[in-house]
Design a protein around this ligand. Structure first.
Ligand code: FAD
Length: 453
């Protein structure tokens, strides 16, 4: 091992967050080393957001075509996975090749070092035989991996995580999805719409347990209509695998069988692999603890999934911006998570921002709730769309602290609620606004009267 190479900043992990930090700091004139053990760009473009949304786009096209019989005559729909797999391979991921992303990054002046980096002392990162000393700081942006629960028998089976599910070229006849969160449900619906017999197994009493109970109900109904079998409130005791595929044994309930098994039970930051004790940080923590400038320690910043504020690409980008400003000594607002948006890209789509009703009550807020089913709005009725708008207001302050927009383009309708929560727009002002007719977002206006005066 030679002398350490001295640079301004080392960025560990070049997913969404790390790529942004490295590129912008290099653009600002700092000398930056970016370390990546797999693909520049990380999970989102190769095994996450982008390919999964391509799958969803295709599956929704099938569902829309199946609605023709109801609305406009007759349509015969013959699903074919080949164009979806091809589009993911060729358009989205370039066969899981990051050459273009790497060129883009080095074009900004970042020195790209391929390999697994570990912290080996204050300001020091080691990658294989190379040692780097960062004079300004280290940014940890190592993301998360699929979390695989310690269920008896599971580890020895050829289970899928999101990676295998995204890379699949030939669909199985049947699929068990462990986990009823956003990723599990999005993929469950996609595969079901392509003709796979899908069973979702969830330990919580309801799907999408972090969101409003009305969202859980809406999605359970929609998924059932797509033919998905839903088993909630069940505990998995053991997983077996043989020539016929997988058997998931449940406590006190009939076992579930399937040709393939997808584990979608959450994400995990692998802090134990980063050498954190060398800089006095806890390798056994779930996530890195950061302050509102994304500082995790002396000369150390952490952004994105690894910082534990929510595993979303927009979170990684947002936190990257804060860390960049702090490293460059620029002023700017500190991190503020009050108006955190998230979207489950199922059909109906579930967009949500800020607090749920239950979270607001837990915080002792004087809560008022507004609810409007989409069928009450003209557009919802015309389109025969299921969904709703739910508003959560702080009656003392007269502002929204959360909201859900579920239905067609629920994630787009969310933007109005996002502005209201982030900007603390008084509910009175929301009442005096003009809402376009006949749009889905007009259902927001219909939920306001419930909030009282
Ligand atoms: C199926 C799926 C669908 C998703 N859909 C959405 C969506 O629709 N919208 C949304 O906002 N989010 C979505 N996400 C989440 C989103 O992908 C992540 O939040 C985002 O990728 C986080 O970015 P990051 O930079 O924190 O980490 P990552 O993208 O995980 O990147 C971390 C990088 O660090 C590298 N790395 C790790 N350890 C080391 C090390 N020691 N040395 C060197 N390199 C290392 C990894 O190889 C990786 O490239 C989805 C995720 C999945 C799995």
């Amino acid at each position: 091992m030679g002398e350490p190479a001295v640079v301004d900043v080392v960025v560990l992990g070049l997913g969404v967050g790390g790529e942004e930090v490295a590129g912008r700091l290099a653009g600002a004139g700092l000398s930056v080393v970016g370390v990546e053990s797999r693909l520049v760009g990380g999970e989102c473009p190769y095994w996450g957001c982008v390919p999964s949304k391509m799958m969803i786009r295709a599956a929704n096209a099938l569902a829309e075509a199946r609605r023709v019989d109801d609305l406009a005559g007759r349509a015969t729909v013959t699903p074919d996975w080949a164009p979806v797999a091809r589009r993911i391979r060729e358009d989205a991921t370039d066969h899981w090749n990051d050459a273009a992303a790497a060129d883009r990054l080095t074009g900004k002046g970042v020195r790209l070092v391929r390999g697994r980096g570990t912290l080996t002392g204050p300001g020091q990162v080691t990658v294989g035989d190379d040692v780097f000393r960062a004079t300004r700081g280290i940014v940890i942006a190592t993301g998360t991996a699929a979390s695989v629960p310690p269920i008896e028998g599971l580890r020895d089976t050829p289970y899928w995580t999101n990676r295998e599910a995204i890379e699949v070229e030939r669909l199985p006849g049947s699929l068990i999805v462990l986990g009823g969160g956003a990723i599990g449900l999005e993929l469950a619906q996609v595969f079901a719409r392509f003709g796979v017999r899908v069973t979702v197994v969830e330990a919580n009493p309801r799907l999408l347990a972090m969101e409003e109970p009305e969202s859980s109900e809406l999605l359970a109904d929609a998924l059932r209509r797509d033919g998905v079998e839903i088993r909630t409130g069940v505990r998995v005791e053991r997983v077996g695998h043989g020539a016929d595929g997988f058997t998931v044994h449940l406590a006190g309930a009939e076992p579930v069988t399937g040709e393939r098994l997808l584990v979608a039970t959450g994400r995990q930051a692998r802090l134990g692999e980063l050498g954190l004790p060398a800089v006095g940080l806890d390798p056994d923590a779930r996530f890195l603890t950061v302050d509102d400038r994304m500082r995790a320690g002396e000369g150390i910043w952490a952004v994105g999934d690894v910082a534990g504020h929510g595993a979303f690409t927009h979170m990684a980008m947002y936190e990257a911006g804060i860390a960049i400003r702090d490293i460059l000594g620029q002023d700017g607002p500190p991190a503020d998570y009050r108006a955190l948006p998230r979207v489950t890209f199922t059909d109906p789509e579930v967009g949500a921002v800020g607090l749920t009703e239950a979270q607001a009550r837990e915080r002792g807020i004087d809560v008022r709730v507004g609810f409007n089913p989409l069928s009450n709005s003209t557009r919802g009725w015309i389109n025969r769309s299921d969904g709703f708008v739910k508003l959560v207001a702080d009656a003392q302050r007269g502002v929204l602290v959360g909201g859900t927009s579920a239905g067609p383009s629920g994630g787009e309708v969310l933007s109005g609620l996002l502005v209201a929560v982030h900007g603390e727009v008084p509910v009175e002002r929301l009442r005096s606004m003009i809402y376009t007719y006949p749009t889905f977002h007009r259902a927001i206006e219909g939920a306001l009267p419930d909030l009282g005066r």
